[in-house]
Write a protein that binds this ligand. Structure first.
Ligand code: ADP
Ligand code: SF4
Length: 713
């Protein structure tokens, strides 16, 4: 298959000062939990993206000063020679594939708590930080400003020494350049505050100083062109695209080789928008203004996964370069697949923001729903496009359940060369719980998880898919497989057993006509009365999604959560604010920090989490969103019948995904691929040891691998 000619423009090179970008694909800075302290992971993670065709590949935020310390979040650092050495490995792995290595030089100013370094902060003005409670900083004198600028330049010099080609000064979110620019943060009355020119001065001087010392790297800026109105941004005390956003670009244009443009807000979920609330390219109304103000190449982001849209944004003059964080995580080989015309192979990001949530949780290694190899390139040696051939292709395997876990598992087994893999599901289509979840308001993109895997199975493997067949215990014994993998999922519990209580909610049970679980309401059509009480004892999206659906279906909804606003994990996926606003707009009555202890005859008893204060809520029906229970009965029964298994020729049985432990989809796809990738080990239920990258005394690279293979085993 060859590439559509219209997509050729994406593979044109772009001049960036002294450097040449080989195509128009640019992995913008994004965190992955590696920083410079896990150099193996960092190098392998970014190297795979370069291999997959991203012409520029960046670090996450990279700090160069001890008072720019955001511990426990994990960014990279260029503070000393050790950091230079560690990040040099990342640069090498990117250069190996002909791409440019980029760094995002960041000073977090008054946002930094400096929890590790214990340094006091520095800022344009002494103000308590708006995003990080208890953080502030000293209002710098002019001498101290000069010192801070010099530190930026020293950081850039260390970046050059490490081998970086593209030096991006980060002027967004919480950084010195934008804190000088925004009147919200800059209250100075000297030459660094007040007028627009004065508020630009810090950054103008900084770029001039960098240019004086560095002429062999491209120097650019990541700049949010608009900080939006309240409640999302700074309103008049920030900047707006058509006013100071554009003026800033015009003012600095001669000093940069490129612009990386996005939007900047108090809640960066408006930029890294979840697909539940934002379409691809939703920032265009703001970011498109940059091109007219600049003569330099402009990068835009927009969760771009569709090559036709990419071509449109280039040809329409919106930007010159396709920037991506999430699409490059979900598919590190997106550019290569477009280049080779392998459109069906593109694994599109679903915009669920699980990757983002790992950072927001404090920076543990990245997870991706669509790409379970993300973050595992070094420590487990996994590759998103390569599958180690199996040593026993003839073993017949049955996978029961074609949800995310079963699909991923069967696909990976197939790609590894297992010749007889049979994937069976009781339903008429694949997808498992995503069949109905992707029909909930805003969840359409989640279907991509199933669609991509189904296509891959059909086009790239010998796996047989059989639908519409519910397997019984006897069916399993007669199926002729040597190995049976149960990916049989989970269901929402109807018993009323509840996380906050670890006990039943008195009087509440989905067997009652007025109580329903999500599946009963959505799939079985169980009727709900006019006033519905949604009990959200789950941590993630289902409770608020049910409240949204019920309200849209015309019910009067009272939504009760033990969280502060909505399911607490939505804070980490950056969906909390939008979800809260959605329920408010729909007229839902929201009761936070409460749980329901009993409900009977239309009256529910609620208790406040902390004060213990009681209150009552009237209802006609209850939507019970408490927790999910694994569907593992077949597995358990077989495990208890070793004699029958042996006579049936079944040598092993396994549980993956929600059937083992109910979790998020990212855990299901991970679990499916993990078992399949390690299936020919002696006991594939036990994870193979993986490299734990940490300080080993007097270690060599070989010691780390030794650690994984033997010491930890
Ligand atoms: P996961 O998220 O772990 O992949 P899902 O709940 O999404 O789990 O998917 C589980 C799938 O397993 C569902 O499509 C369901 O129809 C299927 N399934 C469960 N039990 C059986 C069975 N006994 N026979 C066939 N299919 C089954
Ligand atoms: Fe996209 Fe979700 Fe993967 Fe993040 S975790 S890259 S949002 S699919």
């Amino acid at each position: 298959m060859s590439r559509d000619k219209r997509h050729d423009v994406l593979f044109e090179s772009v001049e960036l000062g002294p450097k040449t970008l080989r195509n128009r694909f640019w992995q913008v800075p994004h965190c992955n939990g590696a920083g410079s302290d896990r150099p193996g992971m960092q190098a392998a993670f970014r190297g795979v993206k370069a291999e997959g065709g991203w012409g520029a590949v960046f670090t996450e935020v990279c700090f160069f000063s001890h008072d720019s310390d955001i511990t426990p979040w994990v960014g990279s650092r260029l503070i000393d020679k050790g950091d230079v050495r560690n990040l040099a490995r990342m640069c090498d792995s990117i250069h190996e594939h002909g791409s440019l290595a980029g760094v995002e030089l960041t000073h977090g100013s008054s946002f930094c708590l400096n929890a590790e370094s214990r340094m006091p902060g520095r800022a344009p003005s002494q103000m308590p930080n708006e995003m990080e409670g208890m953080a502030s900083g000293r209002a710098m004198t002019v001498g101290e400003i000069r010192e801070a600028q010099k530190e930026h330049v020293d950081g850039a010099l260390r970046a050059r020494e490490a081998g970086f080609d593209l030096l991006t000064v980060f002027a967004g979110l919480a950084t010195m350049p934008n804190y000088f620019l925004y009147p919200f943060n800059n209250k100075r009355t000297d030459e660094y505050g007040g007028s627009f020119e004065n508020r630009c001065r810090f950054t103008v001087e900084l770029l001039e100083m960098m240019r004086e010392r560095i002429d062999d790297c491209a120097i650019g800026m990541r700049f949010p062109i608009d900080t939006l109105e309240a409640p999302f941004g700074y309103g008049e005390a920030g900047i707006r695209a058509e006013e100071e956003g554009v003026r800033f670009i015009e003012r600095l244009d001669d000093l940069v080789d490129y612009w990386d443009i996005n939007i900047g807000t108090l809640n960066w979920g408006e930029d890294a928008g979840s697909s539940r609330f934002f379409e691809s390219n939703h920032e265009a109304p703001y970011t498109r203004h940059a091109k007219a103000a600049s003569r330099k190449p402009v990068v835009n982001v927009g969760r771009f996964t569709d090559p036709d849209l990419m071509v449109r944004v280039i040809n329409s003059g919106q930007c010159d370069i396709i920037g991506a964080a999430r699409p490059s995580i979900a598919d590190p080989f997106l550019p290569v697949k477009i280049e080779e015309g392998r459109y069906e192979d593109i694994r599109e990001c679903i915009g669920c923001n699980i990757c983002v949530s790992r950072w927001e949780k404090g920076g543990p290694p990245i997870w991706c729903t669509q790409n379970p190899t993300s973050g595992e390139e070094y420590r487990r040696g996994w590759h998103p496009e390569r599958y180690a051939p199996t040593s026993r292709p003839e073993s017949p395997i049955m996978v029961v359940g074609a949800g995310p876990a079963g699909l991923e598992c069967a696909m990976t087994l197939g790609r590894r060369g297992y010749a007889t893999v049979h994937l069976v599901d009781a339903a008429d289509t694949v997808g498992g719980h995503l069949r109905w979840v992707s029909g909930l308001p805003g969840f359409g993109a989640w279907k991509r998880v199933a669609d991509w895997r189904e296509t891959q199975i059909k086009t790239r493997t010998e796996v047989q898919i059989e639908l519409g067949r519910h397997l019984s215990f006897e069916d399993i014994l007669e199926c002729g497989a040597e190995h049976v993998i149960f990916a049989t999922g989970s269901h929402w519990d109807g018993s009323g057993m509840s996380a906050p209580l670890h006990d039943y909610i008195a009087g509440v049970n989905a067997a009652l006509p007025e109580v329903a679980t999500p599946e009963q309401y959505v799939n079985d059509g169980k009727q709900m009365g006019e006033n519905v009480l949604v009990i959200d004892n789950d941590a993630y999206y289902m409770g608020s999604a049910m409240a949204q659906l019920l309200a849209r279906n015309g019910h009067a909804v009272t939504y009760v959560t033990y969280g502060e606003t909505v399911g607490p994990y939505l804070r980490f996926t950056l969906e909390e604010q939008r979800m809260y606003m959605t329920l408010q707009e729909l007229g839902c009555r929201m009761v936070a920090q409460h749980f329901v202890v009993a409900a009977q005859d239309g009256t529910a008893q609620l208790v406040h989490m902390w004060s213990g204060e009681e209150r009552e809520v009237e209802y006609d029906s209850i939507m019970l969103v408490t927790h999910r229970m694994s569907e593992c009965r077949l597995y358990d029964r077989l495990q208890a019948a070793p004699g029958e298994m042996e006579s049936a020729g079944i040598r092993s049985i396994h549980l993956v995904g929600d059937a083992h432990t109910p979790g998020i989809v990212a855990q299901a796809t991970f679990s499916g691929t993990r078992l399949a990738r390690e299936f020919d080990t002696e006991n594939p239920d036990l994870h193979r040891p993986f490299i734990r990258e940490r300080r080993l005394v007097d270690a060599t690279e070989a010691d780390y691998r030794l650690g994984a293979e033997t010491l930890c085993a």
